[in-house]
Design a protein around this ligand. Structure first.
Ligand code: COA
Length: 376
């Protein structure tokens, strides 16, 4: 048997070449197709960033207008999907509802199994356009509210807030959600994106890849973290410095993870957390909430005790909570953005496909003598 070196969790393994995005975990930088995330967060909309990923360059005004029109006309859902959303239980987590609806959407696509650059791009845009509608319609249904149809005069973020609440969103709320969407759109080979690529590498259909990615995002170590963060911050409300320190000590001494901290790649401040913190602070000032003050206090203690920095999920929850988004929909806000990264990686995988199939090192018994069922 040849010697095998194992990288648990595939840590440190370079699995592929890409021109999609780049993270430097030491300097805390993130680039989308070579553009710094702070520049994009400050100057670009979610639609611009989406265009950048799908077409590999930033759009001109004309290209952007045409692209926004294209997305907005694809927003509404087939009646069959709306019927499915009505049938699903109200207690089911919205991320599970979303992935079920995506699977159903695939059943309606006559081109489901066609993998070609044009078809892949069409499906990517359709999935990006319809994702907020699935999420919002389900929210309408579980609120026992009438379905709020998408509007084609609003951008992606504004339309989402419109569909969720049925009222014209304030411009600061639109700006905040748009920023969160820009910041979550893509992040190299994170677990859900990797799941999407693994699925695409078998030449499975794009809907199946999104289902695989959404299921992978769902875990609390990945996209499920922001909901856990807000629960944690609620639990810690009113605690003074000593009580917070005691709480952190207790968690760490029991080997428990504190949600919203640590990262596989960043060993310094996550640049997305920096941008989200600024926005959360702006929203706190408007809503009179104290999410950021409480978060900062906790972040200082965790850093002193364990040297860990906050990650993207730490301040994202504070932004969403200030926007009145229900806690269990936080992960779907992540999904409505990361669908861009997932689909871009799928297109990349289909274009340069090589089945993703690592090895394992067997460490169980060998050469066991077989005993028939009757004799065991
Ligand atoms: N709270 C407490 N300790 C943490 C921690 C956290 N959030 N994140 C990492 N650590 C500690 C581990 O306990 C371990 O300590 P040890 O060496 O003393 O045993 C060390 O840091 C390395 O952690 P590990 O889990 O092995 O790193 P990883 O690269 O496999 O995991 C995450 C990365 C993101 C899964 C991990 O940091 C985590 O679970 N964070 C909380 C969940 C979260 O916020 N997820 C969203 C990520 S964007």
């Amino acid at each position: 048997m040849f010697e095998m070196h194992i990288n648990h969790g595939l840590q440190g393994i370079v699995a592929l070449e890409t021109d999609i995005s780049q993270v430097n975990g030491t300097t805390g930088t993130l680039e989308y197709r070579g553009y710094d995330i702070h520049d994009l967060a400050t100057h670009s909309s979610f639609e611009e960033v989406t265009y950048l990923f799908l077409y590999k360059h930033l759009p001109t005004r004309l290209e952007l207008t045409k692209f926004c029109d294209e997305l907005s006309t694809q927003r509404d859902l087939p009646d069959k999907i709306v019927n499915v959303l009505h049938q699903l239980p109200s207690f089911t987590h919205p991320s599970v509802i979303y992935r079920t609806a995506i699977s159903c959407l695939g059943t309606l696509d006559p081109q489901l199994k066609v993998i070609s650059p044009d078809e892949n791009l069409r499906k990517a845009k359709d999935l990006i356009a319809k994702t907020p509608t699935i999420i919002a319609y389900h929210q309408n249904i579980r609120n026992h509210s009438p379905i709020t149809r998408p509007r084609d005069d609003l951008n992606h973020a504004a339309n989402m807030l419109w569909m969720l609440n049925g009222i014209e969103p304030e411009s600061i709320a639109v700006k905040a959600l748009d920023l969160a969407l820009v910041l979550h759109a893509e992040h190299t080979l994170n677990a859900s994106t990797f799941a999407a690529r693994i699925s695409a590498s078998t030449l499975s259909d794009m809907y199946a890849c999104v289902v695989a990615a959404t299921g992978t995002l769902f875990g609390p170590l990945h996209g499920g973290a922001s909901q856990q963060v807000i629960n944690m911050l609620r639990t810690l409300e009113g605690k003074d410095q000593a009580a917070l320190t005691h709480w952190v000590d207790d968690k760490l001494s029991h080997g428990e993870k504190i949600m919203g901290f640590g990262h596989r790649v960043y060993k310094t401040m996550d640049p997305r957390a920096f941008e989200l913190r600024k926005m959360a602070q702006q929203l706190d000032e408007l809503t009179g909430k104290t999410w950021v003050a409480r978060s900062d206090q906790l972040a200082d203690i965790v850093f002193q005790k364990k040297g860990l920095y906050p990650n993207v999920d730490f301040y994202a929850g504070s932004v969403y909570a200030n926007l009145g988004i229900p806690d269990d929909q936080f992960i779907n806000m992540f999904t409505m953005s990361r669908i861009v990264g997932w689909t871009t990686h799928m297109l990349d995988q289909y274009n340069n496909n090589k089945l993703i199939r690592p090895l394992q090192k067997y460490c169980g018994d060998e050469n066991r003598s077989y005993t028939h069922l009757d004799n065991r």
